[in-house]
Design a protein around this ligand. Structure first.
Ligand code: PMP
Length: 311
């Protein structure tokens, strides 16, 4: 990857190489941060960020849970996200990461760090997954998903992604594209970086927010589109592992993954082993929505074209 020119840190645009945190910051050392991944899409005329307000609202909820306070409003952060894309002159699909972190403090006293915090925002071009149509082969991870009584998955903190990393590495080493984690009760939770939706007998099902999952924005978008475009409600209920083996269709849902078909689970073909019709229909409606061609312009924030110079 060629490094972008600019990032944003603590209130201003900075050169990419100057966007740094200290090695002893709590964010870098312990993963004591919270973050959001947001996509910006190239629309017919301008770039625009998708559901940026919803992402920043979830960032606030994660910060509240960790008592992490920053000196920037949501309006400032939103503008900063747009500024980073604009300053770099990106005109293709882009992934923006907003990270709020605990910074340096005197020792291992969690309370000593509550006032020393920072925020950085970076963005890189990020094309759609190559498996968008052909689908991904998933395993069931031998690792269980973290749970609300120890490492709450509802809080989008970097530290949680150790669990995702263990599961994804295991899957890739064993020849799979991705993996699905079961929660501590043994029912389906989510993939390492996305939620999961199953189609059974024409019904769309996803695990509830109390199943050891992040409260996903993409799955909420899918719920709206499925209801409005197809008249199918998204049901939230626990999913057993063996339901995945007999499901008609399965797809992952995440900002980065978008809607990604899962065409096998533990080498068992899902349906006929190809992307299913409901998945394809929802992918198409999702694409319309993110490219500002849908019925929800309120989800899309335009980004002005690149300026000549950035101070
Ligand atoms: N679960 C996990 C663990 C994730 O990292 C993500 C990506 N943010 C999701 C689910 C999907 O969330 P969203 O649709 O809001 O991106």
């Amino acid at each position: 990857m060629t490094a972008p020119d600019y990032a944003w840190q603590n209130g201003r645009l900075v050169r990419w190489d100057d966007c740094v945190v200290h090695a002893r910051s709590q964010g870098a050392f312990w993963g004591a941060n919270v973050f959001e991944g947001i996509r910006a899409y190239a629309g017919p005329e301008t770039m625009h960020a998708f559901r940026v307000d919803d992402h920043l609202a979830r960032l606030r909820r994660s910060m509240k849970s960790l008592h992490l306070e920053i000196g920037h409003s949501d309006a400032e952060l939103k503008q900063a996200c747009l500024d980073v894309v604009q300053a770099n002159g990106f005109n293709t699909d882009t992934h923006i990461c907003v990270v709020a972190y605990f910074d340096e403090g005197p020792n291992f006293d969690p309370l000593a760090y509550t006032t020393s915090t920072g925020v950085h925002i970076t963005a890189i071009p990020m094309p759609r997954s190559a498996k968008h149509e052909t689908g991904a082969a998933a395993s069931i991870a031998s690792w269980r998903r973290i749970s609300d009584d120890s490492m709450p998955p509802r809080i989008k903190t970097g530290a949680n992604y150790h669990n995702s990393r263990l599961a994804q590495h295991e899957a890739v080493r064993n020849g799979y594209d991705t993996t699905l984690l079961l929660n501590q009760r043994g029912t389906v939770a989510e993939a390492p970086g996305s939620c999961v939706v199953m189609v059974r007998d024409g019904e769309l099902v996803t695990p509830p927010g109390t199943s050891g999952v992040l409260e996903g924005i993409t799955v909420a978008t899918v719920a709206r589109l499925a209801e409005e475009k197809l008249g199918i409600p998204l049901r939230r209920r626990e999913i057993d592992r063996t339901e995945l083996y007999v499901a008609d269709e399965i797809f992952l849902c995440g900002t980065l993954a978008e809607l990604l078909p899962v065409t096998s689970v533990d080498r068992n073909p899902v349906g006929d082993g190809k992307r299913g019709p409901l998945t394809a229909a929802l992918q198409s409606h999702y694409d319309d929505a993110v490219r500002a061609r849908g019925d929800h312009p309120e989800w899309c924030t335009p980004i002005a074209p690149a300026r000549e110079e950035v101070t």
